[in-house]
Design a protein around this ligand. Structure first.
Ligand code: NDP
Length: 320
């Protein structure tokens, strides 16, 4: 495992990181989830991502228990705030940030977060109020660095233009062989502004693995209502997946391994943030590290299938 510096922060994060959406606290039994976490650390992953909304606090609670006893400075811990936690609790107002931060720290059983991320942009709160609240969180020592996920470019720029407030060091966009919406402008913008990229769903939630090549297996994410949008498994997408799988086989890799190596081919992608429902899946995915090199000819061939998707980013789950 190699480590890359996250934007202008002093955080060194593993090239592959582990998330907890639809897996930890919900979805995967606690013993299995613990084994995944232990395997991740054993293989050099040091960066764990969660959000207050994952399982409405259940993912953070699971992680708080599972991480307890591990030296706090041996891993980088990130969570997020924005999505509704109750009918009256959502968004990025000063009151919400203060309240949700305290509760997240309590669930995670830690005094500080390495990275606190705004899960989406809050159009109902003035940006100044959000940035001031985030800055107070940093000044208090409860948060080391701040980041955002899927914010509009013009709002990111407005935040960067403010003086006297904490600066964002990370962006968390969706990115995979089936979704390149951040290329090229967002990636270049972030690089120019000292913002690292933590790219999520690099396996397109399992579509970029052998999971769906022969149908939808029972228990898979696609088989669970509400977890995946139906436009992710169209015939057109599956044709691309089969072609990419052939390229992976020629390289002696699984498709998951090729998909992850592809996200890491660009050094501007600081970390590729995976999920795993079992140790077997995790080991398969981490096998990508054995061969991250993709030649120019292979890249050109991959480019024929790795096109931008037409998945509507804003029409998806309200809790990712
Ligand atoms: P992935 O694209 O890595 O999908 C993970 C899922 O794919 C697994 O749960 C499993 O699903 C399947 N899978 C994983 N590895 C394999 C394998 N080797 N072979 C076969 N199937 C496999 O990432 P996620 O969509 O889970 O997202 C990763 C993390 O990113 C999240 O946990 C979260 O922390 C973050 N995230 C952030 C978002 C944001 O808005 N900022 C949005 C979404 C995610 P199955 O259940 O079928 O076994």
């Amino acid at each position: 495992m190699k480590y890359r510096k996250l934007g202008d922060s002093d955080l060194e994060v593993s090239e592959i990181s582990l998330g907890s959406w639809l897996t930890f606290g919900v979805g995967v039994e606690a013993d299995k989830a613990r084994s995944c976490l232990e395997e991740a650390f054993a293989q050099g992953i040091n960066f764990i991502d969660t959000a207050n909304v994952y399982g409405r606090g259940a993912a953070e609670t699971f992680l708080g228990g599972a991480l307890e006893g591990r030296p706090r400075d041996s891993f980088v811990l990130a969570t997020k705030v924005y999505f509704p936690m109750s009918d009256s609790d959502s968004g990025l107002s000063r009151a919400q940030i203060e309240k949700q931060l305290e509760v997240s720290l309590r669930r995670l059983r830690t005094d500080y977060l390495d990275l606190y991320q705004c899960h989406r942009y809050d159009w109902d709160t003035p940006l100044e109020e959000t940035m001031e609240a985030l800055t107070r969180a940093v000044d208090s020592g409860k948060v080391r660095y701040i980041g955002f996920s899927e914010w509009p470019a013009e709002r990111i720029q407005a935040a960067l233009d403010m003086t006297g407030v904490a600066r964002f060091v990370s962006s968390q966009p969706r990115y995979s062989l089936l979704d390149r919406h951040v290329e090229p402008s967002h990636v270049a913008f972030c690089r120019a502004n000292g913002i690292g990229m933590i790219v999520y769903s690099p396996l397109a939630q399992g579509v970029l693995t052998d999971r769906y090549l022969t149908g939808i297996p029972e228990g898979s994410r696609a088989s669970r209502p509400g977890s995946m949008s139906p436009d992710q498994l169209t015939e057109e997408t599956m044709a691309k997946v089969r072609s990419l799988n052939e390229i992976a086989e020629r390289r002696g890799q699984t498709l998951a391994q090729l998909a992850l190596a592809w996200t890491l081919r660009d050094p501007r992608m600081t970390s590729t943030l995976i999920g795993a429902s079992s140790v077997e899946q995790l080991d398969d995915s981490l096998g990508a590290l054995d061969n991250l090199e993709i030649g120019d000819d292979e890249l050109a061939e991959i480019d024929r299938y790795a096109t931008d998707s037409d998945i509507n980013l804003w029409a998806r789950s309200s809790s990712e």
